[in-house]
Ligand binder design. Structure first.
Ligand SMILES: NC(=O)c1ccc[n+]([C@@H]2O[C@H](COP(=O)([O-])OP(=O)(O)OC[C@H]3O[C@@H](n4cnc5c(N)ncnc54)[C@H](OP(=O)(O)O)[C@@H]3O)[C@@H](O)[C@H]2O)c1
Length: 330
């Protein structure tokens, strides 16, 4: 605890996930007591990385909770000043999008917020939303970067069957409605595609997609076309920034660089010539867009560049034995 100023108690839902693990790491490092929710606290293999974080033995508690069980988060949330709600399925539904992704995302968010409402210690809720709640629409002026006033079209998501974007859009809308009705202080963070080292032993869907690209597979990234990217540590730090700064309010896009997948693979191939990174992707008929992140940068945040996030990600994939790097980056 030397040099760490002890702060209040906060809850992180889905604590063992890719992004949440970094958030727990950063919260512990900055002195918070953290109550993390997980679906299976007895799963030592899945949770060992959390217990090895600095400060975990003294200030981390893991509690079982499931998004689909009413009242499941009550015990974890009671007594916490802050709640970071990150748990939400990041999966490609195989047969039933409603059950696999929409219900856990939307009903689960309201379930967590009901527990927040019962907690007299609550100061603020930070919801992990997604830039996909902003950009899944085809009716905007591409010359003006999209900002937090933009909402993805529910109808377009349904028509194109982009279930993840639909789940995040409906979940964030439900959160705003519930918090406005119940006078809960809510701020939301809208990360683009999160890149960086993975702390959990198994790669989540996002990290697996990046690994597939680095191994030469095109399928996962082909459908991205144009995409925003952000360093995982920056996402964790943004969550803490909007929690701590009283002036923060509303939605916050959290993204460093928007780029086409062809420009992405050019950059990666030049830095990592030994990797079999695909050379070109077919051009998709999708609207060009940029993201306006001046709201979060106006709070003093500075994003790391795209090269650094991929360097950190590739280094950790190699260290974890997922990837072999024959030569160092040029
Ligand atoms: N990765 C990205 O590029 C990205 C970009 C923007 C936003 N986000 C958002 O960031 C958050 C975390 O995503 P991630 O990429 O870190 O994915 P992840 O590693 O798959 O984490 C998802 C978390 O949600 C939990 N979860 C899923 N269904 C649940 C249920 N029914 N009850 C309780 N917990 C449940 C998972 O728990 P288990 O470990 O038990 O499965 C896991 O901890 C999500 O809200 C996601 O939408 C991610």
């Amino acid at each position: 605890m030397d040099g760490v100023r002890v702060k209040g108690r906060v809850c992180v839902t889905g604590a063992s996930g890719y992004l949440a693990s970094w958030l727990v790491k950063r919260l512990l490092l900055s002195g918070y007591h953290v109550v993390g929710t997980v679906r299976d606290p007895a799963n030592q293999r899945k949770l060992a990385h959390l217990w090895s974080l600095e400060g975990a033995k003294e200030r981390l508690r893991l509690v079982r909770a499931d998004l689909l069980e009413d009242g499941s988060f009550d015990d974890a949330i009671i007594g916490c000043q802050g709640v970071f709600h990150t748990a939400s399925p990041v999966v490609k539904p195989s047969f039933d999008p409603k059950a696999e992704i929409l219900e856990p995302a939307v009903k689960g968010t309201v379930n967590v917020l009901r527990s927040c409402k019962k907690n007299p210690s609550l100061r603020r809720v930070v919801l992990t939303s997604s830039s996909s709640t902003v950009r899944a629409r085809d009716d905007f002026d591409f010359k003006t970067p999209l900002d937090e006033s933009s909402w993805s079209s529910v109808q377009l998501c349904e028509t194109l069957q982009i279930w993840y974007a639909l789940s995040k859009t409906l979940a964030e809308k439900a959160a705003w409605e519930f918090c406005n009705e119940n006078n809960i202080d809510l701020v939301t963070v809208l990360p683009s595609f999160v890149i960086g080292p993975s702390l959990p032993p198994d790669l989540c869907a996002t990290a697996s997609d990046v690994l597939a690209l680095l191994k030469g597979e095109t399928e996962q990234f082909e459908r991205h076309g144009r995409m925003g990217y952000v360093h995982i540590d920056d996402v964790a730090l943004c969550h803490i920034l909007v929690y701590e700064q009283d002036a923060a309010n509303g939605r916050h896009l959290c993204s460093s660089t928007v780029t086409d997948n062809n420009d992405l693979v050019s950059m990666l191939s030049a830095r990592y010539p030994s990797l079999p990174i695909p050379k070109r992707f077919p051009q998709l008929d999708r609207p060009y867009y940029e993201l306006n992140t001046s709201k979060i940068t106006g709070l003093g945040f500075k994003f790391r560049p795209i090269e650094e996030m991929f360097d950190d990600c590739i280094k950790s994939l190699a260290e974890q034995g997922h990837l072999s790097l024959q030569t160092a980056p040029s």
